[in-house]
Design a protein around this ligand. Structure first.
Ligand SMILES: Nc1ncnc2c1ncn2[C@@H]1O[C@H](COP(=O)(O)OP(=O)(O)OP(=O)(O)O)[C@@H](O)[C@H]1O
Length: 499
């Protein structure tokens, strides 16, 4: 009987129950009992599963946790998306605005030749690469070589993070396999690394500091872009060769062993000095490309980074990478109020006037920076590149050998360098030409003469390559026009300087 509880039941419920009973020929009480039993059974199976899983975890499962701020995290997610998740249909995915610089879709929907007078609105242009849908959270059991690996990626519990910021949050990415040894997962991780290297072979990733949701400052990838071709960096051939050889030798594993055998800390530092816009950052980026290294950019002027964080970040960079510390003079770094001593070489080339010392604008003191560079916790194996516009204002302690092993001075361009810039702008150096002679042969006829004329119309060692490049960008497709207009541009610049 339905009325067994003795509680009054609305007549509407009565008629609904009668309707179900008559039309389906089923007793709703029986249905309710079946439902209760099924729910109980499912809950028990789940519970048993959990108990079994935690028992297996303790006895026969090997587990590897990966923290979200480790570069491996992104690499594993990438591998899973491109392999294990590829053929499965997910209904809950992560939508991402694509950072890809691949313009194929846009190029397809535009006319082949650029019409200078026809303006294109990119709102209406189809860009099918702008949104990516990726499986993100969830579990997946997959076979790798001869082992079964369970990948689990839990969603971030933001509530817990904001409530208990001091508590170490459980790592969200977990790999497990039925084995008493970690070697199947180790093999898998090696494969993940190799795959990630293959995918980004011609790209360099730039890392900068970012404060995460737990208010902890960490390295974070901000861009992955094609590396700059070293041939496009204009610099005295001898200087370019010297630094490339030096880094090549330094990075070789034999050199590392040599340092270890001789008890010398395995570190190498470079100082790039020169006026603004002469190619210091461009060379650092091209070096990273040549040696397939990622760049970690630190700024002494970043107000969010304290001295201890600065030292920690320095010690957290990977073994082979470029750490770029830009404009170290701009931070007004000095030993408290002590006026920094001039370096011998810098003093030789600087003006006889004493250099005005800017007040310190950084949370990092000179001793903090020295500590980060070669203190006890400082990382070995990295390449440190510091750039400055005013080497004469740097403390000698900062640029002593061991901290700065090679000083590359950039100058305002000579006629020869201006000629090279012109040729760079108007020749197609996207082709992978093996030697210089081959490169010359491929140049459009007459370009060499134009380049010579252009360079001679400009005064030597007066304007930076960045300034001249800015002028040339107005005539991207018309080298002749650039030559015709360069003299009036020089006059304008001179008037501007005087004013
Ligand atoms: N030596 C050079 N070779 C090729 N391009 C250069 C060179 N110098 C400057 N440029 C061009 O000028 C622009 C600025 O160069 P870059 O940022 O490398 O200069 P910088 O010396 O680091 O300047 P700053 O001291 O202001 O940071 C870049 O777009 C680069 O292409």
């Amino acid at each position: 009987m339905f009325m067994s509880t003795g509680l009054p039941v609305p007549s509407g419920v009565h008629s609904f129950v009668d309707l179900v009973r008559q039309s389906l020929n089923l007793d709703i009480l029986v249905l309710a009992n079946i439902w209760i039993l099924a729910t109980g059974a499912i809950t028990s199976i789940r519970l048993a599963g959990n108990i079994l899983h935690s028992f297996a975890e303790k006895t026969c499962l090997s587990t590897v946790h990966v923290k979200q701020d480790d570069p491996l995290y992104e690499e594993i997610v990438l591998w899973m998306n491109d392999h294990a998740f590829k053929r499965r249909n997910f209904r809950s995915v992560l939508a991402q605005t694509s950072k890809s610089s691949d313009d194929t879709a846009i190029t397809r929907s535009l006319p082949e030749k650029l019409d200078a007078d026809k303006l294109v609105s990119y709102k209406g242009v189809e860009d099918d690469s702008s949104v990516e849908l990726k499986p993100f959270h969830g579990s997946r059991l997959f076979r790798f070589k001869r082992s079964w690996i369970l990948f689990s990626h839990a969603a971030n519990n933001h509530e817990n993070i904001s409530r208990y910021p001091q508590i170490e949050v459980r790592p969200q990415l977990k790999l497990q396999c039925i084995s008493l040894s970690l070697s199947p997962i180790k093999d898998f991780l090696d494969e993940v690394r190799a795959y990630s290297r293959k995918v980004s072979v011609s790209n360099i990733t730039v890392y900068r500091t970012r404060t995460n949701s737990r208010e902890v400052i960490r390295w974070s990838p901000v861009a992955s872009r094609p590396s700059r071709d070293i041939r496009t960096v204009i610099l005295d051939k001898h200087k370019k060769k010297t630094i490339l050889r030096d880094i090549n030798e330094y990075l070789h594993p034999h050199t590392r062993q040599w340092y270890a055998n001789h008890g010398i800390p395995y570190r190498r530092g470079y100082l790039f000095s020169g006026p603004p816009g002469t190619g210091k950052t461009s060379l650092a980026s091209a070096i990273a490309g040549v040696f397939g290294l990622d760049i970690y950019v630190l700024s002494l002027l970043d107000p969010t980074v304290t001295e201890s964080q600065f030292i920690r970040l320095f010690s957290e960079v990977p073994t082979r990478c470029v750490v770029l510390l830009e404009d170290i003079d701009a931070a007004g770094l000095n030993r408290g109020n002590i006026v920094p001593t001039k370096s011998r070489s810098a003093a030789a080339q600087s003006s006889p006037e004493p250099t005005a010392v800017a007040p310190s604008t950084t949370a990092v003191s000179l001793s903090g920076l020295l500590n980060a560079i070669d203190g006890i916790s400082s990382h070995e194996g990295r390449i440190l590149i510091m750039t400055t516009n005013a080497p004469q204002s740097l403390d000698r302690a900062l640029i002593r050998p061991g901290r700065v092993d090679l000083h590359i001075q950039f100058e305002l361009p000579s006629h020869e360098e201006l000629r090279s810039l012109f040729l760079n702008m108007y020749s197609d150096i996207s082709q992978n030409l093996a030697d210089h002679a081959e490169e010359e042969k491929q140049r459009p006829a007459g370009l060499d003469d134009l380049a010579m004329r252009f360079a001679e119309l400009l005064p030597e060692r007066r304007f930076s390559l960045a300034e001249v490049q800015g002028f040339l960008l107005q005539y991207k497709r018309c080298p002749e026009e650039a030559c015709e207009n360069v003299s009036s541009w020089v006059k304008e610049m001179e008037v501007e300087e005087r004013g």
